[in-house]
Structure formats: C-alpha cells, structure tokens
Design a protein around this ligand. Sequence first.
Ligand code: ZN
Length: 294
Amino acid sequence: MIKLFDSHCHLQDSRILKSAPKLIKEALDTGVVNFAVNGVSEKDWHLVKEMSDTYPSVIPNFGLHPWFISDRTPDWLDTLKGFLASTPSAAVGEIGLDKGSFGKKIDFTDQVEIFSQQLRLAKELNKPASVHCVRAFGDLLEILKSLGPFPCGVILHSYLGSAEMVPELYKLGAYFSFSGFIMSMKESKAKKMLKCVPRERILLETDAPDARPKLVDSKLEFFIGSGVSNSKEVVIGEENNSSSEENINHPANIHHVLAYVARLLEMEEKELSELSYENAVRIFSYEGSKLVQK
Ligand SMILES: [Zn+2]
C-alpha cells in the first residue's frame, strides 16, 4: 500500500476537533501514516499538544499564524517557547505573512516582526518551520535571506509562488508543500512551477479542514470531513472557504493531491508518494522528534 505523510494540517481546528479520532483512523486506513498538526494561536497550542500525546502519528507544531496576531497576549512568545521546550517532538508552525484579502487588514509591520521572531526561534532550536505566505513572496524572500539559511528546513505550505522564485528559496533551505489549493492555479503555470522544484524538496499536505481538493480523481474515494459545521471562527487558508460541512477537507483526501501533482509532474503516483514521504521524514527528523529512533 502507498504510504503518505500529511505535512501540514489542522486536526485541532474547532470544525473537526470532535471527529479528529475518526479522521485520523480513516486516513491511517488509506496509508496516511503521519500528520503534521499545526497550531495557529495561543488558544489551540494545548489541543495540538494533547493530540500529539494521544496519537503517535501526530507531529505537533506550535506557532502564531499571521491571521491571529491581534489576539496575542503580551506573553505569547514565552508561552510558545514553553510549549516547544516541554514538547521536544514539536516543530514550529504555522507562522507566516499574508497580504491577501484577509491578511491585508492586519498590520504588516507586526506580521513581519512576529514572523521573524518565530523564524529565529526555529533556527535557534534546530527545528523546521511551517510557513504560510499569501501575496507576500518578495517580503518572504527578503526575510529568509536576512535570517537564513535554514539547514533544518522551512516548509512553504500550500506553495502557490512562481517557478522563478523556486531556486532562491531552495538555496535557503525551503521545502515546497502542495495541497488542494494547487488545483486553483492555472494548470500550465502549476506544471511549470512543479517541474522547477527539486525532487528532494517536494512535500504533500491537505491543510485539512481547509483546501478541499477541487479536482477529484474519480478512481479514488473522496472523504468528507464531517464535524462541527457551524463554527463562527475564522477559517485558516484561502479566503474562499466556507465552513459548510461539504467544504470541510479530510486528511485522507491527500490521495487526490498525490494523483493531481503526479499527473502534472508526469510521474508515477507510487514514485511521488515514496519520495514525498522520504522528504517529510527527513525534515521532521530533528532531535527529539517522534521519527528519530531512540
Ligand atoms: Zn495551515
């Protein structure tokens, strides 16, 4: 059976938290053996930690997402350092920059400051960081250059940047992670970009409960991430998400991302699953990680 690693998701999200045990089991049954679960604010770091303590397959990540920086407490950075210190298996994420329709309402100087603090922390701790970037790739490159390189890796999650930026980002230590959002890119553009990404830096993810694949491979089962559908909280990811149940993504849908990316790369699904799995194991094998044999 194909083995997959969901390199970025949010199984602690209030829309699916209650059904997370079921989602993890169903995804595991299809061959998804690990889930990098990313916290987004001080309010959900404890949920990510609990999930990691319960499920050996969950790799915890703690970070303050740019959409939630206005809710931060004065102690946010110390709290984050505390979570990372008490959870050696954790990486940093989700952090980032956003100039999209939601992100542009959030002070960009603050975004840069908070992103940089967390990126420095990841580097100091020799851990990878999972990065969100919407319409701010120029700023991202500048910051990565000034603080980098990042030998432990930086995961550019749901990467939708240009093909031209790939080599520079690669040099700084970037991994390129693809989710269902890639299906919203023009196919020829996505294909060109994918072909520029060195194979040892390709990752696959679902960003569940967001990024529900639009283009579904009819040969594969499609999973609906049922859960709490009437949440009023802001959803993470692209702006066009709604919280309705049929839009809630499931980590088992990574098979649709695999099928789509493999087709664009003109590669066998099996080969892409193996290489993206090996890449994920490499980046998440820092000191203290659950993936490192004691
Ligand atoms: Zn995310």
